[in-house]
Design a protein around this ligand. Sequence first.
Ligand code: GDP
Length: 379
Amino acid sequence: MFDSLKKKLSDFVGSFKKKEEEIKESAEAEESKEEAVEKKREESKKEVEKKEEESKEGKVEKKEEVKKKEAEESVQKIKAEITATTKIKGLFFKKVKIKEEDINDMLENLKLSLVEADVSYDVAEKFVEKLKELLVGREVDSKNIEKEINAVIKEALLQILSKSSNIDIVNFVKEKRSLDKSEPVKILFLGPNGAGKTTTIAKIAKMLRDAGLGCVLAASDTFRAAAIEQLTMHAERLGVPIIKGTYGADPASIAFDAIAYSRAHHIDAVLIDTAGRQETNKSLLEEMKKIVRVAKPDLKIFVGESITGNALLEQVKEFNEAIGLNGIILTKLDCDPKGGNTLSILSETDIPIIYFGTGESYERLIKYNPNEIIENILS
Ligand code: GDP
């Protein structure tokens, strides 16, 4: 996961590294020039000393006096040259001030690379603008360019990724139940067909069960073939109750029955599965609105496939406008080498990503953690 994003950013850092090498090469050239000058200076000095010695001994003729003067002049010239090169060298080794024209091409390439890694164009543009803002005018130690650029990227990523206010479902259920024992916590899962809703509900049911909390599953996906059997299979495996109807039955009424069952049996939470067909999007959204009216969920969680690419952001926006979302679970991150849409969603919406699905088995649900993502991308 995040492999492509990681590669694109490290290529960008690499392009700075090239610049760093250019600077070092130039500094090394200066250094060898200085060495040559130093050698010349030593030779001239020896020559001057020799002449001085000869002069003391009275061996110098008029012609040699002239030669000695010339040698002294040459030493002065060399001294001036050394001071100049030292100054230049100082400039190279101390700090490099980043100018806009130095990085424009690199940032343009980075923008296109991010789009290739499934970051939406607008988000890639904003991210690159942010980087530019943080980089231009910055004085970086020429020996540590890579480290410093990585720190700047980290800062820009953190600004986007840490925006997500996390929801811990176990704590959420515990807190709500401690305030009101008579009402179960209702969590509605929605999203496109095949995104992983049923599987994710099973993972959450296990997570609640492991934390000592009870839950009931509502098989409100009465549309997709095998959806009811699939959820039933999970319920049996996990030993949790399930309320179901027949295919084509009203999903809202099944959710209603599950909530009534929970109240009667003092169960902590109701996890409501829903259908996600896309070909009749309008009626699907109407159906969702009806379930929301009837079930009054405490949390409306969108389950989307990370591998959907850029279309994912549009789906999230559409569902959010229709019913308002509280959180997102991104599934199949194990099959997504790109991972850029995490950045897109968090930049373009205020909906937190709360978990990632990283495989089919129950324990493959990891909590969203911006620092871990950054470690993943930049390590
Ligand atoms: P639904 O139609 O939204 O309820 O989707 P399902 O729960 O039936 O999942 C569709 C397929 O995706 C199933 O084969 C699941 O095993 C698989 N799946 C769900 N989540 C993940 C995940 O995080 N990683 C992988 N690799 N597969 C997943």
